[in-house]
Design a protein around this ligand. Sequence first.
Ligand code: UDX
Length: 456
Amino acid sequence: MRLTFFGIGYVGLVQAAVFAEAGYQVMCVDIDPQKIENLKAGKIPIYEPGLESLVRENVASDNLLFTTDAQEGVRFSPLQFIAVGTPPDEDGSADLRHVLTVARTIARYMEQPKTIVIKSTVPVGTADKVRAAVDEGLKERDRIDLAFDVASNPEFLKEGSAVADCMKPDRIIIGTDNPGTEQQLRELYAPFNRNHEKIIAMDIRSSELTKYAANCMLATKISFMNEMANLADRFGADIERVRVGIGADPRIGYHFIYPGVGYGGSCFPKDVRATIRTAEADGFDPVLLKAVEARNELQKGFLVNKVLSHFGGDVRGRRFALWGLAFKPKTDDMRDAPSRVVMEALWQAGATVQAYDPAAMTECRRIYGDRSDLALCDTKEATLTGADALIVVTEWKQFHAPDFQAIKLALREPVIFDGRNLYDPMIAQRHGLEVRSVGRKRLAPPAPLTQRSAAE
Ligand code: UDX
């Protein structure tokens, strides 16, 4: 079976490579010639565990082809996937420009019937717009005899485990109003639908909404927990105990109820905002989603507020060690990352930052360039030199079990601002460190060493 993918971003590249691995021949079309050249040489533009070797192997076996020639892509196969980006426009709505350009391109070059499958995350009603764009293109060419169909097939992969998520999807949503198209897509996904049924077929609009509903639900869980963490903080309760206590109820469950510095990345912030805008454009006020977004924005400032209050509201001239720049572990993605809000607020307040991240250093350099108030360090230990305090923003494995003794010795003030509740405040306290976390009871600051040894 042959497939064409338009748009070789995160979703397109991972899904195309996984289809190629399953034995299909996949042609990937992108307008960026440099990207295409690199991919042909097996160089991938993103950091994603397992992806580079998958791309290399399938390029070598000729199952994965790359081109900038859209006409070649359209002619290549009856199944045309649209996986181009839908970036937010100024008001946060999903910008469908690229999706509709691909639709028009398919209409311009098609000579055989096509099934057009929308993989990009798009608002409800987009399939109708794609259909209208193709119809129009065919009319212009006087080729309304050419049959085509449009289906929705959203993607649920997570950065950092994208290859595994795609290889073993927990669900495969097929949105179509046409039994023939459903059958075609069922066959395509058969290699990924073994052992137990994962395909959930539904009408197009429900499928389009399922993608947004899934991300909005997860974002809601996080914002809810972050709000509870604020309450715990004020009331002297421990949110980590509360988390375990509520997660035991199977109706709530343990997943996605970790409080922290707010959600970031390429999906949740963008999709929650886009859903809000689509609802508002239709005259509906999505009060809950607006609150989810508002809590997330406030939450990104949570750590900075703690830092500021700890230093009496003035951090001018202070230096902070910062662990974690990516919005989550196992990625170099800093889109909407809480680390950015933290760093920018500290700079604004006159402080400097010494940062380390296992994967996102190049990305950070690309975003911020050279600036005197940011030092990018080669190791997490190097960030501590001369720093007033340590701020932990991303829960990389490398940060889970630090040498508290070394941290205590290096910092000017023995305090860690733990944005992911990684550390047990009691253990840190035994090493003479205070941990300020998200929604956990504040322990008395450690006694000065001399006093402690006298007491012991
Ligand atoms: C998400 C969805 O999980 C995925 O299904 C969808 O296709 C794209 O969006 P991703 O953005 O890669 O994937 O990251 P995810 O692992 O879901 O984390 C999103 C954010 O939520 C991160 O900033 C993470 O730190 C935060 N988070 C997650 C929490 O703050 N608490 C949690 O309990 C879980």
